[in-house]
Design a protein. Structure first.
Length: 262
């Protein structure tokens, strides 16, 4: 039981630390060599013969992508990113002229996380060379209100992702399969839902206010409830008493699998 609780809380802590570490990429700022480029200057860095180099920008941050010439140079699959800030396309996948723009208005939290992931990729793999004067940096190289807004939105998306990761640690999805002969089978294992853990759990319906449907989740059936790792005053039932959970009709309360006839 102690090992189970330890694994559970290590998983939750890891999710929070991952979110905080990722957020630091935004908070620490971006201070490469003090070079400011205008949009017209950046357009000269598309890697064509006679041009001075191969650059792209993401959230106004300019990177030298010469090492990736086969991807970003003329004729490459991502040549449309060269010489411009096409932040929106990193999230939308729209490589048309209308999509290769720096506007991020209306993007979903998942799309903002995609931009954050790409920013981390370029920061770790390519050399930063400056800032693009325009939507995200002013003529002095200072962040604009637009940049502060998108960074705040990304940090909020990271927070929501960390919360979602914690919820999956508490209530991982069940395995499931369907056949016309037997109906639907739900079962739990130590890796169901793609969430490795030290316990398997038992299937339950989970009702979330404001959400449609009641997905099958795996629930710990021993130890203290989630959020009370050091508690000694508990019924040794894990999270079985959580009011959001519903037992599948006709299934044993502690069975690791449940079959619902067709």
């Amino acid at each position: 039981a102690l090992r189970c609780r330890g694994a559970m809380w290590r998983g939750a802590a890891a999710a929070l630390l991952l979110g905080l570490a990722a957020a630091c990429l935004l908070r620490r700022g971006f201070e490469p060599r003090a070079r400011l480029l205008s949009a017209s200057e950046l357009r000269r860095y598309r890697g064509a013969p006679g041009e001075p180099g191969l650059y792209l920008a993401l959230l106004g941050r300019v990177f030298d992508v010469e090492r990736g010439r086969k991807h970003y140079g003329p004729g490459g699959a991502y040549s449309g990113f060269a010489g411009r800030d096409a932040t929106r396309a990193f999230a939308s996948g729209d490589f048309s002229p209308a999509g290769l723009v720096d506007s991020v208005s209306g993007l979903s939290p998942a799309e903002l996380l995609s931009i954050h992931s790409w920013l981390s990729f370029y920061s770790n793999n390519y050399e930063p060379v400056g800032k693009l004067v325009g939507r995200f940096y002013d003529e002095n190289g200072a962040p604009t209100e637009a940049l502060r807004e998108v960074e705040a939105a990304i940090e909020e998306a990271l927070r929501l992702q960390a919360e979602s990761d914690q919820k999956q640690q508490q209530f991982p999805p069940c395995n499931s399969e369907w056949s016309s002969a037997k109906g639907t089978r739900f079962w739990c294992s130590r890796e169901s839902g793609g969430v490795p853990r030290a316990w398997a759990g038992v299937p339950r319906r989970l009702h979330r206010p404001g959400s449609q449907g009641t997905p099958c989740v795996c629930v710990r059936s021993s130890g203290p409830p989630w959020g009370q790792p050091g508690s000694s005053q508990h019924r040794d039932r894990g999270d079985l008493d959580d009011p959001r959970l519903q037992l599948y009709e006709g299934c044993h309360p502690l069975a690791e699998q449940c079959v619902l006839p067709t």
